[in-house]
Write a protein that binds this ligand. Structure first.
Ligand code: NAD
Length: 475
C-alpha cells in the first residue's frame, strides 16, 4: 500500500493521524494519507507566517520568485505522467483528462512566473508640491488555499501561481478525497527550492482541518474552491480572523442550442461538456436548453453518443467515462435521478450502474420538458444531463437564468447578433459561444451568484493577492 506524507515548514511527516484512501475504480483501499489536525494546521500557518516575514522569501526579489516558479513549472511538466496517474488512481478521473490537464497546470505556473516581476505600484498626483505619494503593492499575507477533490493540481495552481508571484506564503489544504497528487506535488515544491514554510501542503477533513485553517488568526486570505454549503461555513469561520475570501463554487450551467447551430459540433461539445470527467466539473454543461424544432434530432444524436461512450478503467487511455470519485456522490446522483423520474422526467439514456465494482454511473440523459425535475436545480457533479426546450430567444434566456448559480454558459448559434444578445443577457461569469470548457491562464475564471466571487486566472488574480500601502513622503 502506498503511503503519503504532509509537507510543513520544508519537511515531510506523517501527520497527527492517518486515513485510508479508496480507489474509486475498485472501491478498495489503495493508499494511506496523513490527516492534519488542529496542531498540524497551527504549525503550518506559523511556518507560513515566519516564511512571510522573517525567512529568505521575505527579501527575495520578484525576479527571483519568478525563477522559482519557472523551475516549479518545469518540474510539473517533467513529472506530468506520475502526477496524472496519481490523480487518476486516487480520484477515478480518467487519465485522458488528468494528463491533458497537467499540461495546463505547468502553463499556469509559467504564466504567473512571468508575471511575478510585472506587478507594479503607482504614483499619485496629489495636489501638494512638497509631497511624494505612491502605492506599494505588498503580499496580502498568509493564504489558506482550500481545494475540492476534483482537479486538485489545477485548482491549487490557480491559487499558488498568483499568490507566489505576489510574494504570499500559503497553506494548501488538499481534499480528503483523492489528496495523493497534491501531496506528491509538494515534493516538487521542495525540489524547486522554495524556502521552508513558503508552501505547506496538508490534508484532512473539512470540519476539523478545514475549519481550523479558516479560523486561524494567522490567515489573511482564504482562496476556496468547493460547494456553496461549505463556502458558507468557510465565510462564517472567516468572521473569526476577518480574513478576506475568494470563492469558486458550484454550477448548473446552461448549454443553449439554437436551431441554426452546427448540431454535430454542438453535440460533440455537449457530450464532452457533461460526460468528460464523468460530469464532475464545476462548469459541466448540465442543463441542455435546446430550440424545440431541433430537440428530437439533437437528442437522438446525444443518445447515440451517450450509449457509445467507452466506460472502463480510468487508467486506460481509451476510456471516455470513468467512475465517480466517491460512493456518497453516486448515491446522491441516484436519489436525484429517481426523484426526477418520479416527478415525470423521461429517461432518454443511462440511469444505471454499468459495472458491479467501483463507483461507476452510466452517462444519463433526462428529458425534463414541462416537468419540475430536481435534476434541473441540483448540482449533481455527475454524468447527468437535464434537457429543457424553448421556442423564443427570450424563453431561452429565462431558462438559462433560472438558477441560483452563475458560473458558465454555452451558446450554440450561427447568428452573430443573437450570440451577442445572449452574451449580454446571460447571468454567468463565463460565456462560451460555439465552444465549451475552454480555459487559459490569461482568461479570468469565476462565477456570479452562488457560484461565488473573485476571479482566478489573468493579471487581476495576481493583484488580488496583494494589498496596497499608501506612502507619503515630504520632500
Ligand atoms: P466540498 O465543498 O465538499 O469540499 C471542498 C473542500 O472544502 C475540501 O477540501 C473539504 O475538505 C473542505 N471543507 C469541507 N468542510 C469545510 C469546513 N467546514 N471548513 C473549511 N473547509 C472545509 O466540495 P467537493 O465535494 O470536494 O467538490 C465539489 C464542489 O466543488 C462542487 O460544488 C463543484 O462545483 C465545486 N467546484 C468548483 C470549481 C470552480 O472553480 N468554481 C471547481 C471545481 C469544483
Amino acid at each position: 500500500m502506498q503511503r503519503f506524507q504532509q509537507y510543513i515548514d520544508g519537511a515531510f511527516d506523517d501527520g497527527s493521524a492517518r486515513f485510508d484512501s479508496i480507489d474509486p475504480a475498485t472501491g478498495t483501499v489503495w493508499a494511506e494519507m496523513p490527516e492534519a489536525r488542529e496542531g498540524d494546521v497551527d504549525r503550518a500557518v506559523k511556518a507560513a507566517e515566519r516564511a512571510l516575514y522573517d525567512g529568505p522569501w521575505a527579501t527575495m526579489t520578484a525576479t527571483q520568485r519568478g525563477k522559482l516558479l519557472f523551475r516549479l513549472a518545469d518540474l510539473v511538466a517533467q513529472r506530468a505522467l506520475v502526477l496524472a496517474e496519481l490523480e487518476t488512481r486516487d480520484t477515478g478521473k480518467i487519465i485522458r483528462e488528468t494528463s491533458a490537464q497537467i499540461a495546463y497546470v505547468a502553463e499556469y505556473y509559467r504564466y504567473y512566473a512571468g508575471l511575478a516581476d510585472k506587478i507594479e505600484g503607482s504614483t499619485l498626483p496629489i495636489d501638494k508640491p512638497d509631497m511624494d505619494v505612491w502605492l506599494r503593492r505588498e503580499p496580502v499575507g498568509v493564504v489558506a488555499a482550500i481545494v475540492p477533490w476534483n482537479s486538485q493540481l489545477f485548482l491549487s495552481a490557480v491559487k499558488l501561481g498568483p499568490a507566489l508571484a505576489a510574494g504570499c506564503t500559503l497553506v494548501v489544504k488538499a481534499s480528503e478525497d483523492g489528496p495523493a497528487p497534491l501531496l506528491e506535488f509538494a515534493r516538487l515544491v521542495h525540489e524547486a527550492g522554495f524556502p521552508a514554510g513558503v508552501v505547506n501542503v496538508i490534508t484532512g477533513f473539512g470540519p476539523s482541518c478545514g475549519a481550523a485553517l479558516t479560523r486561524h488568526p494567522g490567515v489573511a486570505h482564504i482562496a476556496f474552491t468547493g460547494g456553496p454549503g461549505t463556502a458558507a461555513a468557510v465565510v462564517r469561520n472567516s468572521a473569526e480572523n476577518l480574513a478576506s475570501t475568494s470563492l469558486e463554487l458550484g454550477g448548473k450551467s446552461p448549454f443553449i442550442v439554437f436551431a441554426d447551430a452546427d448540431l454535430e459540433s454542438a453535440a460533440n461539445a455537449q457530450v464532452a461538456g457533461i460526460f468528460a470527467a464523468t460530469g464532475q466539473s464545476c462548469v459541466a454543461g448540465s442543463r441542455l436548453i435546446v430550440e424545440r424544432s431541433v430537440k428530437d434530432r439533437f437528442l437522438a444524436i446525444l443518445k447515440s453518443r451517450a450509449e457509445a461512450v467507452k466506460i472502463g478503467s480510468p487508467l486506460d487511455m481509451a476510456t471516455e467515462v470513468g467512475p465517480l470519485c466517491t460512493d456518497r456522490q453516486r448515491k446522491l446522483i441516484e436519489s436525484v435521478v429517481t426523484a426526477s423520474a418520479e416527478a415525470g422526467a423521461k429517461l432518454v439514456a443511462g440511469g444505471s450502474r454499468p459495472k458491479d465494482e467501483g463507483y461507476y454511473y452510466a452517462p444519463t440523459i433526462l428529458d425534463c420538458d414541462g416537468v419540475s425535475s430536481p435534476s434541473v436545480e441540483t448540482e449533481l457533479f455527475g454524468p447527468v444531463l437535464s434537457v429543457l426546450s424553448f421556442e423564443t430567444e427570450a424563453e431561452a434566456v429565462q431558462l438559462a437564468n433560472a438558477t441560483r448559480f452563475g458560473l458558465a454558459a454555452g451558446v450554440f448559434t450561427q447568428n452573430l447578433a443573437r450570440a451577442h444578445r445572449m452574451i449580454r443577457k446571460i447571468r454567468s461569469g463565463i460565456v462560451w459561444v460555439n465552444t465549451y470548457r475552454a480555459v487559459s491562464p490569461i482568461a479570468p475564471f469565476g462565477g456570479f451568484g452562488q457560484s461565488g466571487h473573485g476571479r482566478e486566472g489573468g493579471l487581476a488574480a495576481a493583484l488580488d493577492y496583494t494589498r496596497t500601502k499608501t506612502v507619503w513622503v515630504r520632500t
